[in-house]
Design a protein around this ligand. Structure first.
Ligand code: IMP
Length: 215
């Protein structure tokens, strides 16, 4: 009998893993994350696009662990800053800055610029050990406020204003945010395609050869 296939979430974030496990609970798949394995090297997220970084993380985990792996990469893209901070969203104000410092730096850089258009983008990559991968994308448009509002969420949520809700992301509940967020959209896309994803993974995965030790 074929056992349940495993999918490794290429992250050590318990919240992210739990969310994905919950979304995929009706499918015959066992969700693991990097904490289920021994120490493995960090992958430098030095790609120029979300796509590249998501694939780097998923591809590396799949190759090194021998299981299909899922990774995401996301960030904030601000139109009048030529798309920055983009892939540098996490390190925009230096490696050790806080979320608050990142928000304030962005507000300062934007100054009184009247073009406040911005979008959160998310790319999810599902890779197999041979290097083949599937890609899913989600995008959410909004505006950068002139000061932080709200205390929920994380990252740039207090300065990202949703036109749908007329509130910042940090003023939304988790459910409200997930309904329209970049990550929510990309994850729902994965879920809606997951039956096909499972077939694709099965086709791509090497079949372990059976042998016995008798001569
Ligand atoms: P990661 O792809 O989850 O590592 O996110 C990269 C960075 O983008 C985070 O450190 C945040 O600064 C920013 N970011 C990504 N998603 C969100 C979000 O939903 N809200 C606010 N900031 C986000």
């Amino acid at each position: 009998m074929q056992g349940k296939m495993s999918l490794v979430v290429a992250s050590r974030n318990k919240g992210k893993t739990a969310e994905i496990r919950d979304l995929l609970k009706d499918f015959p798949i066992l969700i693991k994350n990097l904490d289920d394995f021994g120490p493995i090297p960090e992958v430098p997220e030095d790609g120029d696009t979300f796509d590249e970084n998501a694939y780097k993380k998923a591809g590396f985990a799949a190759r090194i662990l021998g299981y299909p792996a899922l990774a995401d990469d996301s960030g904030l893209v601000v139109e009048s800053l030529g798309g920055r901070p983009g892939v540098h969203s996490a390190r925009y104000a230096g490696a050790h800055a806080t979320d608050e410092e990142r928000c304030l730096k962005l507000l300062e850089e934007l100054g009184d610029n009247t073009n406040r258009k911005a979008a959160f983008e998310c790319v999810i990559s599902i890779a197999v050990p041979t290097g083949a991968a599937l890609t899913y994308e989600g995008r959410c448009e909004g505006r950068i406020t002139t000061r932080p509002e709200g205390t929920n969420g994380f990252g740039y949520d207090p300065i990202f204003y949703s036109l749908e809700y007329q509130k910042t992301f940090a003023q939304l509940t988790m459910e409200e945010k997930s309904r329209i967020s970049h990550r929510g959209k990309a994850l729902r896309e994965v879920v809606s395609e997951f039956q096909k994803v499972l077939i694709w993974i099965r086709q791509q995965m090497p079949i372990p050869e059976k042998f016995d030790c008798k001569r």
